[in-house]
Each structure stands twice: as C-alpha cells, then as structure tokens.
Design a protein around this ligand. Structure first.
Ligand code: APR
Length: 232
C-alpha cells in the first residue's frame, strides 16, 4: 500500500450539523421552508432580491452564533500536524473550519461572511445584513450580494481543487450527500487517478458506492477517530 502524503478532504453540511446548522436536503426537499430555486439561483435574485437577501441575512446572523464541533476541531488539528499537502475543500459557506483553527481551507461555494459587489467585483468581509442595500465599502455602489455560489453558477477555484486531487494519495469526503456536482464527482476523479477514497457520513449517501470505504456515524465521533488513526 502506498504511503499517504497528500490528502484532499471534501466537507459538506453534515460536518456542521452538530453545530446546529441545518443541512440542505432534509425531508420534503425544502430548505428552511423555501424551494432552493426561490432563494439560491441568480434568477431568484433577479426576480426578488429582497427575499433572497433576507434569507441570507438570517443565515449569516445565525452562523455567527454557532460554534465549531469536535469534527471541525479534529480537522484543524490534522491541518496543524500534517506534514504533507492537505486541502480542506468545503462546500459550506460557514466559517467553522477557520474558527476551529484550520488554515488550509478552500470555500468552493463561497462564504456567508463575505459580500460581493457586482459593480466593482471586489469581495469584502461582511457580517451585517444586506437587505437594506448598504453601499459597497470600496466603490459605494448599492450592488452587494452574498458571496455564495448559487445553482447555475461556477464554483470557485476549481483549478486549484483539481490540481490538489491530482497530487492526492487519499480523498476523504465528510458529511455530504453526493447530490451536487461538481463536488459529487470528485470521488470518481480520485478513483480514476488511483487515489484511495474514504467516506465519513451519518448514513449511506448517494455517492457511497463510489468509495472504497464508508464509515457511518455522526461526524463529531467518526472524524476525530479517523484523524487519530491517520496521525498514528
Ligand atoms: N455527521 C455526519 N454526516 C451528517 C450528519 C452528522 N452529524 N448530519 C447529516 N449528515 C449527512 C447527511 O446524511 C447527508 O448525507 O450530511 C449530508 C448532508 O447533505 P446535504 O444536506 O445535501 O449537504 P451538502 O452535501 O453539503 O450539499 C451540497 O448543495 O444546496 C447546495 O450549495 C449547497 O453546498 C451545498 C451543496
């Protein structure tokens, strides 16, 4: 068996579930009582910007009240101690990986705590509401939107992600349903490259059959256990 030196970890909503942040694909296919296409698409924003801004304002405020859990802490510990390459690619727009202390984090779906000005194209750190159309701190235009990737938009930094996947010896997927591409396809890319693959999830996911190994259970238990094992 090849020695593991470079690791890519993909995280999804499941890793933040025990911090009290809702996952996306709950019962009924609704996301906090909204259909995804009513709040998380560019078309929705064009149609009803106030509704979309309010929806994100509530979530932005809520995540600031949440705390990282044992799974975020374990990955931050791994980040601090792992000598090889390591990249935590997260689909999450919360900042719990960073607040746990991880630094090798890439937010492929953007970040709640940033606002993107569509006039000057600058992204600014942002904690306050956007529904009242505050001016961009850089250019003054009232054209800020949440810096989150909506359905139909291109995820961020795909080149960097694929470069890390090409060099990885191990791909680990944590707390994601495997329902949303391109992230859902990373496991197949990894398999094609001969990379080892491991899934850590509460239950079997849509993509489980692609992984060489799936460990089932709450992230706060199975992630620290795996980290301890890999650091041995
Ligand atoms: N521990 C581990 N896994 C968990 C836990 C937990 N405590 N709780 C839930 N899960 C698992 C669920 O079983 C599910 O498989 O986490 C997964 C969450 O899946 P989704 O809600 O679909 O979230 P995610 O995969 O991150 O969604 C991907 O979809 O709407 C978009 O852009 C949004 O980034 C998001 C993307």
């Amino acid at each position: 068996m090849t020695e593991i030196r470079n690791i890519v970890i993909l995280t999804g909503a499941g890793i933040s579930a025990e911090s009290g942040i809702d996952t996306f694909r709950g019962a009924g296919g609704l996301w906090e009582n909204h259909r995804v296409e009513d709040v998380a698409t560019p078309e929705a924003f064009a149609r009803d910007p106030a509704l979309v801004q309010r929806f994100y304002d509530i979530r932005r405020a809520a995540i600031q009240e949440k705390l990282p859990n044992a799974a975020h802490m374990a990955l931050a510990g791994l980040d601090a101690r792992w000598k090889g390459d390591l990249l935590i690619v997260t689909q999450n727009v919360d900042d719990l990986h960073e607040r746990a202390g991880a630094s090798r984090v890439l937010h492929m779906h953007g970040e709640h705590l940033k606002a993107w000005c569509t006039s000057c194209d600058v992204r600014s750190h942002w904690r306050a509401p956007l529904a009242d159309r505050p001016p961009c701190p850089v250019c003054g235009a009232r054209t800020l939107r949440p810096d989150v990737v909506w359905f139909g938009e291109m995820p961020y930094r795909m080149d960097a992600i694929y470069a890390a996947l090409r060099d990885a010896d191990l791909f680990v997927s944590i707390g994601t349903s495997g329902a949303v591409y391109p992230a859902a396809g990373f496991v197949r890319d990894a398999r094609e490259l001969g990379t080892r693959t491991l899934e850590l999830n509460l239950e079997r996911s849509q993509g489980s059959h692609w992984f060489e190994e799936s460990r089932l259970g709450p992230a706060s238990e199975i992630v620290p256990a795996w980290v301890e094992e890999i650091l041995m």
